[in-house]
Design a binder for this molecule. Sequence first.
Ligand code: NAP
Length: 487
Amino acid sequence: MSAISETGVVGSVDKDLFIGGKWVSASGGKTFPVKDPSTGEVLCEVADATPADGVAALDAAVAAQADWAAVAPRERGEILSRAYALLIERRDELALLMTLEMGKPLAEAKGEITYAAEFFRWFAEEAVRIGGDYAVAPNGAGRFLVTRQPVGPTLLITPWNFPMAMGTRKIGPAIAAGCTMVIKPAAQTPLSMLALTAILVEAGLPEGVLNVLTTTDSGGVMEPLIRDGRARKLSFTGSTAVGRKLLEQCAEKVLRTSMELGGNAPFVVFEDADLEAALDGVMQAKMRNIGEACTAANRIYVQRGLVDEFSRRLTERMSALPMGRGTEDGVVVGPLIDEAAVTKVSSLVKDAVDRGAKVLTGGSAVDGPGNFYPATVLVDVPSGAKLVFEEIFGPVAPILTFDTEDEVVAAANDTEFGLVSYLYTSDLKRGLRVSERLDAGMIGLNQGIVSNPAAPFGGVKQSGLGREGGKMGIEEFLEIKYIAVNL
Ligand code: NAP
């Protein structure tokens, strides 16, 4: 149990909307409950924004845009640096708040606060490196002046699974680039975003730059803002199904988009892999965030000669993982986000078992209270099982067997998704060859975690458009302007 009080951290958060630099109640006066997924109990109520609140938030972002774009890049960077320091200083309280609303174990929540803060540190450094070009035209007469300007007011939508980091991964580059924002966190985990907002205010963010809408009516509030035309960009992280819908809405006013969507990561282990390292890697890639990660290993392909030992050793590790409330010492398997998640995981496992898969550990939901599903290993998973094609988003490790490199590359790529793929081999040539053949925006080569604020995160195919983090992250919030100079 943490020394910081649970009611204390929940009580410290402002539960209103944040519009034009002020905390305000929802115009309809309504609130909605935020629940602890490990008990089902209500933690608190937060403001439930209406479409009218959405318009007020966009008005504020539009009004602040010109002044904000004129703030010196160094000053924008310093606001991010101060916010970075505050996040690190308050890591323990913020982690507890996140664990309470989202369920992940406290140690992982602390890791996420650090990861989230690192986006601010990275983009504080990037704010002063927005470059341009000056070039002589081919005919020698004219000059090309190329500069970068903020895209303009942006709409940001984030999911519940990384409630802090998915926010800072967008807010960091938007601040660095000079864009104002309206952000809508997921209704299941609004508290982390509200706490982050207070930190940004304390760090000196001017009013109107960040506006925050918590709502149970995400479509009703956001669609009019997307179709309004004054916001010039949408950056979305969430499911591919919702992302598709939002892309259609963005088409009307031709908004710039960044789409960080769903994944279905293959985790490929060749016979020549370092077995211990592959087991460490698969535990990270599978169990980070209780399996509720877009980067989660969704299908584990093991070469035939290694499959029995790998399955046995993975089962030993998975069956030893303590399950419980994320605030308890040593817990690794926290609750899933809600009952629907438990139902979905259960039905995917049942489908695989009905088709012939064998359960080596776990395999059925645990009675409530709380939305618990145990760490599960399945072997002999047939290639037609639904979980081979759908994101499991839970602590289930399905193992499939392969013989040849060509066969596994074809199987790994047989998906509409292309976010990340993992592969383990001791043969560097094979590692690079297969990395090039896998259709994914990111590859974990003998590495179970790819996320890093200094690297470009993002997918191909229906896993998304654009990149967050790295040198490319800020480009998503900048427009190129070319000035043709007549000398
Ligand atoms: P989701 O259902 O798509 O929701 C994501 C966000 O969109 C939430 O804030 C949600 O708000 C909002 N939303 C839902 N419907 C909307 C609509 N019609 N208009 C506007 N906003 C809408 O996804 P999720 O279940 O929260 O998150 C899990 C998914 O995110 C997984 O597929 C995962 O792979 C993906 N993800 C991808 C990345 C990446 O970087 N590629 C990172 C993390 C997660 P409400 O929930 O409040 O309605």
